[in-house]
Ligand binder design. Sequence first.
Ligand code: GRF
Length: 227
Amino acid sequence: MRAAFLASGAGSNLQVMLEHVAAGRLPVTPVLVLSNNPQAGALEHARRHGVPVWCKDHRGIKREEFDAEMVGAIRAAGAQVVVLAGYMRILSREFIQAFSGGILNIHPAVLPSFAGAAGGPDALNYQVRISGCTVHFVSEEPDAGPVIIQAAVPVCAADSLDELMSRIHAMEHRIFPQAVRWFAEGRLKAEGRKVTLLPAPGKSAALASVGNSAVGPWLVSPALEDF
Ligand code: GRF
């Protein structure tokens, strides 16, 4: 499956996925990495892995115009899935409709708690004792699309934001490649808010639909299979 990635920042999620692709563990072909930030570390990861990049500073360009350019570039690259790997800008309705049902996002909190651009800090400031991350399909309302997979991590009393975010990032790096892999394998069936993980070929339905997995002291659901 041909995949386009959008990223605005350091690109650690992108990096992990490109490494899995290179190692043959993730059945996608990265055809384009797009960014709205010329300083994004994600661009370096793309170049190092030989993935074409499209980058433009969004400042001063109308959202609809900017997003229409991205739609054109993604279509020209023939992408069949759009992966938001830390893309820190709200996408226009037109963009989301152009790839309806085929956009995946990672959010650094257990949705629907702490939606928005500051999900990590908001959870810490709220003094929750458990936070985590969510991969979901993108719908027009930000951070509100159908949930694919979530991971929980503890929030320790003495946590700094960096400590909490590095714990969350570690889990993002597990669940995001997993979700992209399931999508690429055609194993995610979305009906309204409900996302069903279909069994892997040759496996029983029970194995795919039931369960969560403990990763260290942390919880992931559905259970990780590959990462
Ligand atoms: C992640 O925390 C993700 O949840 C959020 O943006 C961050 C991107 O991190 N949407 P990175 O650029 O992949 O390191």
